[in-house]
Ligand binder design. Structure first.
Ligand code: LLP
Length: 420
């Protein structure tokens, strides 16, 4: 039954939806709505899909914390041996808070502040993924002052089209990310002159929700050539980090499996005669399809133009549809007679016309029903806000028939706790 839905371990039994052994209507009753519900088994399965048999070189999977940064989920991956890709002092601190050694942390991002660099250096992270020449100089200066050497990789922008939504495409010349492929060799040579730096790797990240192998392979080939050119001038790297970006199924996409991406990358490395360790930075593919967002139908509102299904989760809870016009599956947790179905726009309570979760969907639904927004684990809770002074949802984790809270729902006093 599971393959009815993109979400792993989501099944229909009788007229009810279950995540693992937990009936979703019961979860909504017990914990309230909106609530993010994660499946532990689905998270484990997603991690396993990235595990690759022993190889002649090390392969490190760095979970991109931004996709879903809940401590319980970080811990689950940490226990499986994950490295972590972070983009702020906050993300680094979260990873450290679950007891992960700093030498399993990679620090990416275009705007690393002095304070963040000093924090990361003092902790002893694995690698700074550097995105510009001034950043390189800043890291060198801080490392020199602290009498340290900062391990660095340069994020190269390979100028390939990831064939994804423009807002989540990062590997084109026009994007703010990375150092251009054309300049990379010279910048490495410049870095090699800076005593506060230890060059250890090279990385790219070309975009997100990429559903074909070809953009990865194009980027990879360009990168491998560069690694050889670097070796020719005496700059020998220890690792190659091929970033994140592997897509998932939301609707009918058929993205490659992680094993296919790893296999192709290994083959490319072998053909290029390169022996470096390999790293990946998946976020979405580890968490998206391990979660549903439950939301209650407050009102059905037929109008001249449209039928609105007004629910209690809005763009502050789940921004992806508003921001990227992302398509996310919506199912009723009480499966009703399909003959009663109508076409609805599923919209939230926020005072914005862009506050919608799904458009033009055929749903058999009644006021008070609980809907499940599917594939909500990646960039769901982590992009939630308090807009309209709305408390952020709870997050719960299902393990078999047990359900436990992994982040309590915010209460109103939380919302102004920091205000004077
Ligand atoms: N590494 C770097 C340097 C990144 O910037 C990202 C994501 C990742 C890894 C993980 O990429 P993933 O495997 O998750 O595709 N909020 C958007 C996605 C933004 C992705 C930002 N960078 C969305 O909801 O679609």
């Amino acid at each position: 039954m599971s393959d009815l839905y993109p979400v792993t371990h989501l099944t229909q039994r009788g007229d009810a939806l279950y995540l693992e052994e937990a009936a979703l209507n019961d979860v909504a009753r017990a914990f309230g709505t909106p609530v993010y519900v994660y499946s532990k088994a689905a998270l484990q399965d997603a991690w396993s899909a990235w595990e690759y048999p022993e190889n002649e070189r090390q392969i490190h999977v760095c979970y991109a914390v931004k996709a879903c940064s809940n401590l319980s989920i970080l811990r689950l991956f940490a226990e499986r041996g994950a490295f972590f890709d972070t983009v702020s002092e906050g993300e680094i601190a979260r990873v450290l808070a679950v007891g992960v050694p700093a030498n399993r942390i990679v620090f990416s991002g275009v705007a690393k502040s002095e304070r963040e660099i000093e924090f990361a250096l003092t902790q002893g992270i694995f690698c700074f993924n550097v995105e510009s020449v001034p950043e390189l100089q800043r890291i060198h200066a801080i490392a020199s002052r602290l009498d340290k050497r900062a391990p660095i990789s340069l994020r190269v922008n390979p100028d390939v089209d990831a064939k994804t939504h423009p807002y989540i495409s990062t590997g084109l010349k026009a994007n703010k990310f990375g150092i251009s492929h054309t300049d990379a060799l010279a910048v490495y040579q410049q870095a090699a002159q800076l005593s506060g730096l230890e060059i250890i790797g090279i990385d790219y990240h070309i975009g997100s929700q990429i559903t074909e192998l070809s953009p990865f392979l194009d980027a990879q080939n360009r990168l491998f050539d560069l690694v050889k050119q670097l070796a020719d001038v005496g700059i020998v790297l220890k690792h190659i980090d091929l970033g994140g970006g592997l897509g998932v199924r939301y609707q009918d996409e058929t993205p490659p499996l992680p094993s296919a991406l790893i296999e192709q990358s290994l083959q490319g490395l072998r053909e290029a005669g390169l022996t470096q360790d390999l790293m990946f930075e998946p976020g979405r593919s580890l968490v998206a399809n391990a979660c549903v967002l439950l939301t209650k139908v407050e009102y059905l509102k037929p109008t001249e133009e449209k039928n609105f299904c007004i629910v209690d989760a809005g763009m502050n809870d789940l921004l992806r549809p508003s921001l990227y016009e992302a398509w996310m599956g919506v199912e009723n947790c009480t499966v009703r007679d399909a003959n009663a179905a109508q076409t609805y726009d599923v919209v939230g309570p926020v005072c914005e016309t862009s506050d919608w979760l799904a458009r033009e969907r055929t749903l058999a639904v009644a006021q008070g029903d609980v809907l499940a927004v599917l594939s909500a684990g990646a960039y769901g809770f982590s992009m939630a806000s308090n807009y309209n002074t709305r408390a952020r949802a709870a997050e719960v984790l299902v393990d078999g028939s047990e359900v436990c809270v992994i982040r309590r729902r915010e209460v109103l006093s939380d919302l102004w706790a920091l205000e004077l």
